[in-house]
Write a protein that binds this ligand. Structure first.
Ligand SMILES: *Cc1c(COP(=O)(O)O)cnc(C)c1O
Length: 444
C-alpha cells in the first residue's frame, strides 16, 4: 500500500522519522500522530499551483477537519486562509493568533453571538447562508457601525459523486440559496442593496471526498450563468468565486485520488474560460480544502486488547479507542487501512475485524483487514485519520479524548493533551435536592 510512512530497521512503522512504538510508549494510546511535513506538502501543492497559474487566490483551510492551536499555526505558516464554522473554531483561531482578515465564517445557522464575534474581530469574510442571516448581520452592523465583506453561499444543483450524507451542493440542502428557483438572486439583491454589506461574490461547496473534476467544472459553469445574468441586469461584477473544498484523499487501496494540482488546474482553467467568454474580469478564486490538507498526514495508534475468535465466522480484535476518536466508520461506513505498527514487516497471516471498545455493535473501525500473527499489546496504526477524526471525537461511554502529537524532522511534540478523568467531570455539578430535603451539597 502506498502510504507515506516507511518501516524502519526494527520492522516498526515510522512517522516523520520517529518510531511509532516509541511514540505509543511515550504518549500512550489511542494517539493521533500528524506528520507535519505532509500537511505542509499538501498546503503547498494548492498554493504553488495557484501561484504558478498567475491568478489571485486564497486557499482557506477548512478548520472543521481538524482545529487546534498548533494546527492553525501551521496553516498560517503555510500562507493559508482559514474557514471557521462556529464561535469555537473562531475562538481557536484567535488563540492561535491567526490573522483575522484571512478568516472566513461559514454556517447554516450562525447565531447572533457568532456573528457579533465575527464582526467584533473584523474577520475577512462571512459566507452568508440564508435570509435570516442577512437580516441579523445587517442589524449587528448597524448597531456597531461597521460593514462586512460577504459571499453568498449558493446551491448550484450539482451532485458530486460521493456518499449521500456528505452531499451539500444539490437543491435539497440545508445549506445556501438555490440558484435555480430565484432565491439566490433575491438574496443578492437584498444584500447588494445594503451599504453595510459588500457582496464580493458567490460560494459553493458541492460535496466531499470527490475524485473527479467534472463536478467542480459544472459548478463553475452554473455560477457563471447567474453571474453573467446579474452582470447584464444589475451591472454587478463579482470579485471572488469560492468553489469550496471536497478534494478526495486515499483511505484504502480502492481510493484513487487525483493529484491536488489537478483540481486547481481544472478550476482555474474553467474560471478563466468562462470569464473570458462572458467578458467578465477573472475573479479571485478561493478554495476551502479540509480533508486534503490534513487527512493523509495522520495515523492513529491503538493498543490491541481482547481478541474474540468465532470459528467459521469472524475474529474480532478490539482496540482501546473506536467511535469516540473516529466516528466516520459508524457515521458514513467509512473504510480505513491499517498496519500492526510493531510488526510492520511481518507476513500477513489472517483476516480479522477491528472493533472499538464502545458499548455499541456498530463501533467497528475496520471490517476486514489482513494482519500478521497478532496478540494483545500489539499496536495498530490506522492510516489517513487526520480529517474529521479528532474533530469529531466525543465522550461516549465517558472515554477521555485522545492526545495529539505533531512530528516533523525527527522531533515529536504534544499539541493536544490527553484528557483526564477530572477533565471529564469538570462541568458536572452535584444535585442539591434529595426528595424534599435540600442537601448542603457544595458545588465549588
Ligand atoms: C466541509 C467543508 C469544506 C471542507 O471539505 P473537505 O471535504 O474537508 O475538503 C469546505 N467548505 C465547506 C463549506 C464545507 O462545508
Amino acid at each position: 500500500m502506498d502510504y507515506p510512512f516507511p518501516t524502519n530497521q526494527h520492522g516498526h512503522l515510522e512517522i516523520g522519522g520517529i518510531d511509532a512504538v516509541d511514540l505509543a510508549q511515550k504518549y500512550g494510546t489511542p494517539l493521533f500522530v500528524y506528520d507535519v511535513s505532509i500537511i505542509r506538502k499538501n498546503a503547498r501543492a494548492f498554493v504553488e499551483t495557484f501561484r504558478s497559474l498567475g491568478v489571485k487566490y486564497q486557499v482557506a483551510y477548512a478548520s472543521k477537519a481538524f482545529s487546534s492551536v498548533a494546527m492553525l499555526q501551521v496553516a498560517n505558516q503555510e500562507g493559508l486562509s482559514l474557514d471557521v464554522v462556529s464561535q469555537g473554531e473562531l475562538y481557536t483561531a484567535i488563540q492561535a493568533d491567526f490573522p483575522v482578515e484571512k478568516i472566513h465564517m461559514h454556517g447554516n445557522n450562525k447565531s447572533r453571538e457568532e456573528l457579533e464575534m465575527a464582526v467584533q474581530y473584523g474577520i475577512g469574510c462571512i459566507v452568508v447562508d440564508n435570509f435570516y442571516e442577512i437580516e441579523l448581520l445587517k442589524e449587528i452592523l448597524q448597531e456597531t457601525n461597521r460593514s462586512m465583506e460577504i459571499l453568498l453561499r449558493v446551491t448550484p444543483g450539482i451532485e458530486a459523486h460521493t456518499h449521500d450524507y456528505i452531499l451539500t451542493g444539490n437543491e435539497d440542502s440545508k445549506f445556501g440559496f438555490d440558484l435555480s428557483n430565484g432565491q439566490a438572486e433575491q438574496a443578492f439583491l437584498l444584500a447588494n442593496a445594503s451599504p453595510l454589506l459588500h457582496v464580493k461574490g458567490l460560494h459553493c461547496h458541492i460535496g466531499s471526498q470527490i475524485f473527479e473534476t467534472d463536478g467542480f467544472i459544472m459548478a463553475v459553469r452554473r455560477l457563471f450563468e447567474s453571474l453573467h445574468q446579474w452582470n447584464q441586469v444589475y451591472d454587478y461584477t463579482p470579485e471572488v468565486l469560492n468553489l469550496g473544498g471536497g478534494f478526495g484523499i486515499r483511505y484504502t487501496a480502492e481510493d484513487e485520488p487525483l493529484p491536488l494540482v489537478d483540481y486547481v488546474e481544472a478550476l482555474v482553467s474553467e474560471v478563466k474560460q468562462q470569464a473570458e467568454s462572458l467578458r467578465l474580469p477573472v475573479p479571485e478564486i478561493w478554495i476551502e480544502p479540509g480533508r486534503s490538507i490534513v487527512g493523509n498526514a495522520c495515523v492513529t495508534i491503538y493498543t490491541l486488547g481482547s481478541i474474540k475468535n468465532i470459528p467459521g465466522i469472524r475474529k474480532y480484535v478490539s482496540v482501546d479507542g473506536g467511535m469516540t476518536d473516529n466516528l466516520r466508520p459508524a457515521l458514513y461506513q467509512a473504510k480505513y487501512q491499517a498496519v500492526v505498527a510493531n510488526k510492520a514487516n511481518h507476513d500477513l497471516k489472517e483476516q480479522v475485524s477491528v472493533a472499538g471498545k464502545c458499548c455499541e455493535s456498530g463501533d467497528m473501525l475496520i471490517w476486514d483487514i489482513d494482519v500478521p500473527d497478532i496478540n494483545h499489546g500489539d499496536l495498530l496504526a490506522v492510516f489517513s485519520t487526520g480529517a474529521y477524526g479528532y474533530s469529531m471525537s466525543n465522550h461516549y461511554n465517558r472515554f477521555p479524548k485522545a492526545a495529539v502529537v505533531f512530528v516533523e524532522d525527527g522531533r515529536d511534540q504534544l499539541v493536544i493533551k490527553r484528557e483526564s478523568y477530572k477533565d471529564l467531570t469538570r462541568n458536572d455539578l452535584q444535585y442539591a435536592y434529595n426528595g424534599g430535603v435540600l442537601n448542603e451539597a457544595s458545588n465549588n
